[in-house]
Write a protein that binds this ligand. Structure first.
Ligand code: NAD
Length: 268
């Protein structure tokens, strides 16, 4: 299916690896000009080089001009970081918000600063980025906003209280906003990953294995045995869902929370 995205421009946050990178990759392979943002220059440059190579190959095969991949080395949770992106890229057609998730723990140990950091990363930064771009998208009559949140929005995990709280706030806010933008061609949806095989997942399992004094492979095996799909999600699967939501055919999908968890959540 042609998603009709050639010539569009996207900003993908948290995109040097993992789910953000997979979204950027899926968009690049649809002919989108992509800006990737992340905090650390080395991995960001490597990601940018990989995406440029894929885009060039795609363009050669399709016989069209490659529109480019740009990088912004910023912390998207800071006002300065977001201002830098906006100064270099005042207009985009697609915005994918994403940043690292907050740490796990016991809420009795969290201080106000911990809550503010979680809210900044997983609620307020996406809202500020949306504020920067949504009016310009509505003026042009086309826009796609996709927020990477978490399956914890539907099925909260006890140790991830900071994530549960911050993401619930973002979900509530965008549910209201999406109904105000769709008539101008701008949709806002959330992707809710379950367990996807990324560095974050691997480091979570490494930590669990250390705490429980078990081999890493055993912790993984235990987890998969309880999973209906008996496997973790691949980032490319989430990337493909993101590209579809961004496509021209998805204009009537709006204000949704799309769970990608292989059926782990016991609800319909
Ligand atoms: P990851 O750690 O593999 O990748 C995160 C990316 O975001 C990296 O490129 C990192 O450099 C970048 N990043 C982090 N903080 C940033 C910031 N402040 N500014 C700019 N860039 C920043 O993580 P992932 O597994 O791809 O997860 C992405 C998001 O999805 C996280 O919020 C995570 O909590 C959530 N999530 C992931 C899973 C999963 O199974 N992987 C499940 C549920 C939710």
């Amino acid at each position: 299916m042609d998603l009709g995205l050639y010539g569009k421009k996207a900003l993908v946050c948290g995109a040097s690896q993992g789910l953000g990178f997979a979204c950027a990759q899926a968009l690049v392979l649809e002919g989108v000009e992509v800006v990737i943002a992340a905090r650390t220059l080395g991995p960001l440059k490597a990601a940018c080089d990989a995406l440029r190579e894929q885009q060039n190959m795609w363009a050669q095969k399709s016989g069209v001009h490659a529109l480019g991949v740009h990088l912004e080395c910023v912390d998207v949770t800071t006002a300065e970081g977001r201002a830098q992106i906006k100064a270099h890229h005042p207009e985009v057609d697609i915005l994918v918000t994403n940043a690292g998730g907050p740490p796990s723990g016991d809420f009795r140990n969290w201080q106000r600063a911990d809550w503010l950091a979680a809210l900044d990363a997983n609620m307020l930064s996406p809202i500020e980025l949306i504020k920067s771009y949504v009016d310009q998208m509505m003026d042009k009559g086309f826009g796609r906003i996709v927020n990477i949140t978490s399956s914890a929005v539907k099925s909260p995990l006890d140790a991830l209280g900071l994530s549960n709280g911050a993401r619930a706030g973002l979900t509530g806010f965008v549910a209201g906003l999406a109904r105000q933008t769709v008539a101008k061609g701008v949709t806002i949806n959330n992707l809710l990953p379950g367990t996807f095989e990324t560095d974050r997942l691997r480091s979570n399992f490494t930590h669990q294995a250390q705490v429980r004094g078990l081999p890493y492979d055993q912790v993984i095996k235990e987890r998969l045995s309880k999973h209906p799909a008996q496997r973790f999600g691949q980032p490319s699967e989430l990337g493909a869902a993101c590209a579809f939501l961004c496509g021209v055919h998805s204009g009537y999908i709006n204000g949704q929370n799309l769970l990608l968890d292989g059926g782990s959540f016991l609800g319909s």
